[in-house]
Structure formats: C-alpha cells, structure tokens
Write a protein that binds this ligand. Sequence first.
Ligand code: IMP
Length: 427
Amino acid sequence: MAGVVVVGAQWGDEGKGRITDYLARKADVVVRYQGGNNAGHTVEVESKRYKLHLVPSGILHPGTACIIGNGVVIDPLGLIEELDYLHQSGIDTSALRISDRAHIIMPYHVLLDDLAEKRKGAYELGTTRRGIGPAYIDKAERMGIRMCDLMDPQLFEEKLEQNLEAKNYLLEKVYGVKGFEKEPLLESYLKAAEKIKPMVCDTTVIIYEAARAGKNILYEGAQGTLLDVDLGTYPYVTSSHPIAGGVCIGAGVGPTLIDSVVGVVKAYTTRVGKGPFPTELFDSIGDYIREKGYEYGTTTGRPRRCGWLDAVILRFAVRVNGLSHIAITKLDTLGGLEKIKICTAYEYRGQILKEFPASLNVLAECTPVYEEFPGWPEDISGADSYDELPESLRNYVQRIRELTGAEISFVSVGPAREQGYELVKLF
Ligand code: IMP
C-alpha cells in the first residue's frame, strides 16, 4: 500500500499534471483535495493534449478511480462542461466520484470575485475570477451550499433563498449592481444536479477502504506551496491549502495513511497574479523562457512572469510539505541558454537571508544571491536513459538535490510520456 501526495513546490504551474499522469498509471485511486476550476492541468497523451481543471488526471487511465474530495469547491456547470469535453475526446468518466461534502460555486461567487478584484484597484490579487475565494468565504462563514444540499431539491431551494437574500443585498447595496433571481439559478443547478447525482457519495469511505485493502492512492495537489492561504505569499494566495497538510482535511484521510510527498519543481520559476518575485527576469531571457516553455495560463491565458530557480523557496517547500522527493519538470525549456542560475539565498539590507520571509515588504526588498551553471544544448530529446542526458543538465539536477536535501524521483525534459525519467519508484 502506498499513499503518495504530489504538490507544487513553487507558485503553481510546475507541471504537476505531467507527474500525476505518470504516477496515475500505477495508482488505483487518484484524489483532488483542494482548489477548484482555477487550476489547469495540461497532460499530453499520444501527442494529444488534455486540459483538465477539476477532474483528476487519473481519468486519462482507464480503470483508475478518480475522486473530487470534500476540500474542493465545485462549479457544477463547469464540471459538466469538462465532462462533456472529455466524452467528446473519447475519455470514459464513469470512474469519477464526487464528495457529498464538497462546497459548490454559484454564479454570485464568480461575480463577487470579479467585483472584489475591481474594488481593490491597485491592490488586486490577480485571481482567476472563478469564484474560488468567495466560495471558501461562504464555507468559513457557514453559509455555503454543499453537494449533499444540491442533491436535495427542497433543501437546495431553501439554502439558495437564504444565500440570495444576503448576496443580493451585498451586490445591490454595496456594489450597486443587479442581484440574481432565484428561478433561473434553481432550474440550471437542479438540471446539473440530475446529471452528476450518480457520482456524488461519501468519498472518504472509498479512500479509507482502498487504503485498508493495500491499494495505491495518489493525492493530486492543485496550485502550489506559495499559493497556500496559510503558508504562501499572503495575501497573494489562493483560498485553500495546496500544501501536503491540506490532503488530510481536503480528502478526509488521516496522516498515517500517507507515505511520501513529492514536490514538483519547475526547472525555473513562474508565477501568475501579483506579488513580489525575487528572481523575476525582465530581460530577453525571461521572454525566451516564456515563449519556449509556453508560459501562459491554462485557465486564463495570462502570460506568466518568469525567473530563475529559487532554492530559498524550494527549501521552504521541503520544510512545510515534508517533501520526501522532488520531481523536476521542463528542463528542456532552459536548453539553448549559455548560462543558468539558481538563487541560493537573499540579500536584504546588507544581511544574507537563508529562509523565505513571511513579510512581503521584506520579500520585495530581497535581491537574489546566485550560483551560475553552464547551460545545455537546445535539443535534448532522444536520450534513452537519464544518464544519457547532457552532463551539465545532470549537474544542475544534482545541485538541486544538494540544496534541498530531497531525493530526486523524476526528471522530465518534455511533455510526452516518453520524455520523462523515473529515478525512484514510488508505487
Ligand atoms: P484564485 O485561486 O482564483 O482566488 O486566485 C488567487 C491567486 O492564485 C492568484 O494569484 C492566481 O493567479 C493564483 N492561482 C490560482 N490558481 C492557480 C493555478 O492553477 N496556477 C497558478 N496560479 C494560480
């Protein structure tokens, strides 16, 4: 039996879909435990690209049970759209199960996300405007509507009325915009409920029984460590817990059932949205990385900010997630650069900082201390084994191992399944 968690070690978009897809081949169950359709996982199978937002990557492997856990916030209409897209691509989604405790995203959450961002002006967070934050606010305020409520038309109507009263007051009196009418919402959501009903159940039972039966369970994180609402670069974070600790709450599983935690590290750093980013590149190298790595958001299409790899962030990720392993992605994107850098510490007002600071004012004033490495050729395809990859690339990987102390379990040099090298077997 193995319980393996895959988390993003940076600001999201590390290529987790690539790693979870690989591990999902041997997993019996794949579980999403937080976030919602703010996430975008791109997985390439036999030169076909699949873009997933809510459905776990395990869906691309026939026979793997897939779970959307209680910690996820679900836009039911978005979910149906994603399922239709998968069906049109010939993917069987009958193995998907959805937690009856998961909260649902309503159109007023999406509108409030947008209005709150606009109201913040220069302080906007740069959210995906999918209603994620407002849905988690309702959960904490004990106003949220859960999947089990949606499955009961009368209860759903009551909860909707209660919510519309509060939300329409806010929309009309505070924001000065038109509120929502109950009937169209009721109709579209109850129609969606009929479609997803066969998938809704107590998913904690499935996970627990699979663990007891000695099956392989993969917990698939969305976003990344620095977007965690507690441990990330607050307030420029998402509203959930992408870190490994989020698995226990968001999947409803105890820590004793987790064996290893893999941090996915992109060979450089990117972020979308606002907030300080010490190794950000504003020059032609940043543009080179953005274009070569196609660093544009899967969900919003926004260009991502790009910079060198930051080992201060990685050490933080190792600590707060308890990373046992690291999977490195997109090493091919750096191919063709003469020199490559890794930030090993920050300089702040004449002092050397080794640990990632909590204060964003401090972070904004940090300048990176770099180590420099020789690059590798642009084309590194065709290596049959990891040892056949260029020595300079392997030295870079080895340095990441030394700087973090975590074992490197996987190295990927391209999106296709055969462009990945497994160095440690986790399942
Ligand atoms: P929200 O999750 O839409 O509320 O956005 C909050 C912050 O998280 C913003 O900076 C977003 O750009 C960022 N974010 C949310 N989802 C992702 C993701 O999947 N990848 C990278 N950044 C994300």
